[in-house]
Design a protein around this ligand. Structure first.
Ligand SMILES: [Zn+2]
Ligand SMILES: [Zn+2]
Length: 298
């Protein structure tokens, strides 16, 4: 479903589940799309073969999966994420799937991925023509869009600011109930906090993310609450450990990040997120662990 932000800037709301994403379409001299992860039917309706360029918010599969339809487009992403598209091995590393065997013993990754709706047989290599950089302003003809490097979710994650339309596209600073996510190898809760602060400082009058279903026209409270969740998660982990020292696996069984673990992937994500928080708590000098992997508060 296409929703107008302005005459030339449109939001393409994906009509499929969380493994797909919303995109921004700019109908201008340089016909541009931000992300290609909407469902195929929605993408086909916007004439993908006529697209001049693709700007990626970040490297995740749910943001790139439709890229093959855009047969004639130049592709751009922040340099910190570009390598994820080089090979299947890099994809595994950037998504921390290379840790699956260690964190999820006895559970087959491919089976779990297919159960979740990922097409794991897809070719994951995507050619990139050039890099996006922070502060870069792209002139699309009548529309300008500024790149804001907002790492945390991934190292190269970018948000996009349309200054004339006063509209912010926050990518996977997702503002859904499940977020924020900062579990993979190059992600970082500290950077996520910093990036959310940056968006708050921009005071956008309206915004949309890649996974929310409408334009938020009063987003300051939304951003503040989203940021506070990071501290709340950390508090739950710290409080649990204060009460009772625990191994990392014992912590993951407490559902301190995600209330439910309906698929192996959610448990995997819980584990990755717990690891990031333990790392942060150790850095802050609030927690340490012994040689058996038991964590306790200091
Ligand atoms: Zn993502
Ligand atoms: Zn996403």
């Amino acid at each position: 479903m296409l929703i107008s932000v302005s005459d030339r800037v449109k939001l393409l709301f994906s009509e499929a589940g969380f493994l797909f994403c919303n995109c921004v379409l700019v109908e201008d001299d340089i016909r541009t799309i931000i992300d290609t992860g909407a469902d195929t039917k929605s993408l086909l309706e916007i004439e993908p073969a006529r697209m001049d360029q693709i700007l990626y918010t970040h490297h995740h599969y749910d943001h790139t999966r439709g890229h093959r339809l855009f047969t004639d487009a130049q592709t751009y992403i922040h340099a910190n994420d570009a390598q994820a598209f080089d090979s299947e091995q890099e994809f595994m590393y950037y998504n921390s799937i290379d840790r699956w065997g260690e964190l999820m013993p006895g559970i087959d990754y491919r089976e779990a991925a297919m159960q979740m709706g990922m097409e794991v047989t897809e070719d994951l290599v995507i050619p990139i023509h050039d890099y996006l950089s922070d502060g870069q302003v792209l002139d699309l003809g009548h529309t300008k869009v500024e790149v804001l490097h907002t790492p945390g979710h991934s190292a190269g994650h970018c948000s996009f600011w349309f200054p004339d339309q006063e509209f912010l596209f926050t990518g996977d600073i997702c503002l859904t109930n499940a977020g924020p996510w900062y579990g993979e190898v190059l992600a970082s809760p500290d950077q996520m906090l910093h990036s959310i602060d940056r968006l708050i400082a921009l005071k956008p009058p309206r915004l949309c993310s890649c996974h929310t279903k409408e334009i938020d026209t009063d987003p300051m409270g939304t951003l503040q609450e989203y940021k506070a969740r990071i501290y709340k998660r950390e508090e739950r982990i710290y409080r649990y450990l204060k009460n009772k020292p625990a191994t990392f696996n014992e912590l993951a069984d407490q559902h301190l990040i995600y209330r439910m673990h309906p698929t192996p992937f959610v448990l995997f994500w819980e584990k990755l997120m717990i690891l990031k928080h333990l790392e942060r708590l150790e850095k802050l000098g609030m927690v340490n662990h012994d040689k058996y992997g038991t964590f306790e508060t200091i």
